[in-house]
Design a protein around this ligand. Structure first.
Ligand SMILES: [Zn+2]
Length: 347
């Protein structure tokens, strides 16, 4: 099993982190970073496969982990003092002011020191605040590291709840959560929160349960950039985290809100994949609406989940959207369960 970490791999991991820390900006290995390393490893071991395969072949978590561990880390400049980092899990955004960097999401834990190097190289300023778009491991994996360094963690209130205990994501094999206290958000909000970072105003908004029950969309103005987390993965089928309150209707509703608050010039940072435009987001919303409509028809007609999967309701969309770690089969099961309101109970 891929997620079983051998003792020799643990030793290699420690050695690698120690070497990176020794060379990073001439900084010595502090008690804090050593503690962060130990805790990161604990979280790494906790993020493992849950029972319940996602159909034939590899699970979503297996495919996703392979991708997140092997994709080179890329830095993209969005605007002056505004960056996107991609490859090590969910996309990460950074906004600088004179003295600090505000981060949005923290990638997977096994690549956090690499991410921190890239951030410092691009921004030249230490991270002091970190906003999580939601609780999933590929967006919060660096929380232990940054939290242990005294960075203030900020998220919608349900993120704290989800990260406080073990969570399973249906149809994916993802089991994670139960983070240590320093990796939990210290600042939480319910429906919206305003922050400033240098010349940029950040508006954090939760539109209700969508991908999870703790999604945050971050509007950055005047840069005209929106960070949407996993409400949009470009261009692949999304995970609908039914056990965390997610639903297909909630995702569509949130996307409609984002479309209403953006324009042609808006740069959209998706949860995964390349930088997107409003037109990309609209196209994605339209696909979701059509898939929802088709599967709703099957649900109303009393079809079973297996009958719906066999009918391949996403077939014509698969060449464009079916190439990610959420296969057409898995996506169909998620949409069906969302509409049939069976949630995780059907698993
Ligand atoms: Zn997610």
């Amino acid at each position: 099993m891929r997620n079983k970490i051998s003792f020799s791999r643990i030793l290699l991991y420690f050695q690698e982190v120690k070497e990176r820390n020794n060379t990073f900006e001439g900084k010595r290995v502090s008690l804090f970073s050593l503690q962060a390393t130990v805790l990161a490893l604990v979280v790494s071991l906790a993020a493992s496969r849950a029972p319940g395969q996602a159909g034939a072949g590899e699970t979503v978590i297996q495919k996703a982990t392979e991708q997140f561990e092997s994709t080179p880390l890329k830095t993209t400049v969005l605007d002056k003092g505004l960056f996107m980092f991609s490859g090590d899990g969910g996309n990460v955004a950074a906004i600088v002011d004179n003295a600090s960097t505000l981060l949005i999401d923290s990638g997977i834990n096994s690549r956090v020191t690499e991410l921190n190097h890239a951030i410092f190289k691009a921004t030249g300023r230490p991270v002091t605040r970190l906003v999580n778009t939601h609780w999933h491991f590929d967006h919060t994996g660096g929380n232990v590291y940054f939290g242990s360094e005294g960075v203030t963690l900020i998220a919608q209130e349900n993120v704290k709840k989800r990260l406080s205990s073990v969570q399973d994501v249906p149809f994916t094999g993802i089991r994670d959560g139960h983070y240590p206290p320093q990796a939990l958000p210290a600042v939480t909000y319910s429906s919206s929160l305003a922050l400033h970072q240098g010349s940029q105003q950040l508006t954090l908004v939760n539109y209700g349960p969508s991908h999870t029950d703790g999604d945050t969309v971050i509007y950055i103005s005047p840069a005209n950039v929106v960070v949407v987390g996993d409400l949009f993965s470009n261009p692949v089928y999304p995970i609908i985290d039914l056990a965390s309150g997610g639903s297909i209707d909630g995702i569509i509703q949130s996307l409609n809100e984002i479309l209403a608050h953006t324009d042609k010039q808006t740069q959209i940072v998706p949860g995964h994949g390349p930088l997107a435009t409003r037109a990309d987001l609209e196209n994605y919303r339209d696909m979701l609406v059509q898939v929802r409509q088709r599967i709703k028809g099957f649900v109303t007609a009393g079809k079973t989940i297996e009958e719906v999967v066999a009918a391949a309701p996403t077939k014509d969309f698969d060449p464009t959207w079916g190439g990610g770690y959420v296969t057409p089969d898995v996506f169909t099961r998620m949409v069906f369960s969302s509409l049939a309101k069976t949630g995780s109970a059907s698993l």
